[in-house]
Design a protein around this ligand. Structure first.
Ligand code: ATP
Length: 251
């Protein structure tokens, strides 16, 4: 149920309100009564053990799956049952844990598709913005290579660039640093920092803690589909429940 107060808060600078969101697959309750808010330009990190419901939460926000109960309000608009392509056009961009480029298309063509369809750019505008994006994301030298042949780091860069080509106001990053070396993760962190500096609001699910801690202003921890704690990064990491449940450390 969307309350008038949610819409009012959004006028005050909140870009996303998630209220009492729940989703079950059969008897499995993957997201249970989760609520949080996100300020414009904020970076929220999401943590939790494997299977905690983090990707499911993203799928609910992006519209890849529908929720059972609760509400999601983006910039004053309740998303209700809107499909994912409409949410992309409203400004929700996302990456997937396993990058999903069109493998036979070139890096540049992959970006063009996102720019034309998610951002609704004309052909000319799309060419210009995608050329700039290739530069920003360190992919200029790979523009004409088939995306399927890129290294893992370049596939992650392309995954991020494709999400950015849709010109999102809210960007959902799903374990984008996973599988990278420390130096590669560092490059990605600085890229994400640039995206944040341009005013894009970000929710970032990540197991690579040092990468997340470098950018996130607030953390939210899920366990068995429920939000167990939310707050400033150091407060959250010091929380006894988080140390026990997430890190396996006895308080
Ligand atoms: N489409 C689906 N049908 C049935 N069960 C699902 C489906 N999608 C996810 N699940 C289950 O929901 C639970 C939460 O999965 P989810 O992928 O959201 O967790 P996660 O926190 O992102 O985990 P990880 O860190 O391993 O990516 C898991 O038990 C998973 O098996």
């Amino acid at each position: 149920m969307v309350k008038d107060s949610d819409v009012q808060r959004q006028a005050d600078g909140v870009i996303l309100s998630v209220r009492n969101l729940s989703k079950s697959f059969g008897a499995l309750r993957v997201v249970q009564d989760v609520s949080f808010e996100l300020g414009k330009g904020e970076v929220l990190g999401v943590l939790g053990p494997n299977g905690a419901g983090k990707t499911s939460l993203f799928n609910l926000i992006s519209g890849d799956i529908g929720f059972d109960t609760g509400s999601i309000v983006l910039d004053g608009t309740a998303l209700d049952r809107e499909p994912s392509y409409k949410r992309a056009m409203r400004g929700i961009g996302r990456t997937y844990q396993i990058p999903r480029p069109y493998a036979k298309m070139t890096t540049f063509e992959n970006l063009l598709v996102a720019s034309r369809f998610a951002a609704g750019r004309s052909e000319r505008e799309a060419y210009q913005s995608c050329a700039a994006l290739l530069e920003d994301c360190g992919l200029a030298g790979k523009a004409n290579l088939p995306a399927g042949g890129l290294t893992l780091l370049d596939r992650k860069r392309l995954e991020l660039a494709r999400a950015l080509a849709g010109e999102p106001k809210l960007l959902l990053l799903d374990e984008i640093a996973g599988g990278l070396t420390e130096a590669e993760a560092g490059q990605l962190v600085s890229l994400i920092g640039h995206v944040r500096d341009k005013g894009v609001t970000i929710i970032w699910i990540e197991h690579v803690l040092h990468a997340l801690m470098a950018v996130a202003e607030r953390l939210l921890v899920l366990s068995f589909g429920q939000k167990i704690v939310e707050g400033r990064p150091q407060e959250v990491m010091d929380d006894p429940q988080v140390r026990r449940i997430y890190m396996g450390i006895e308080a």
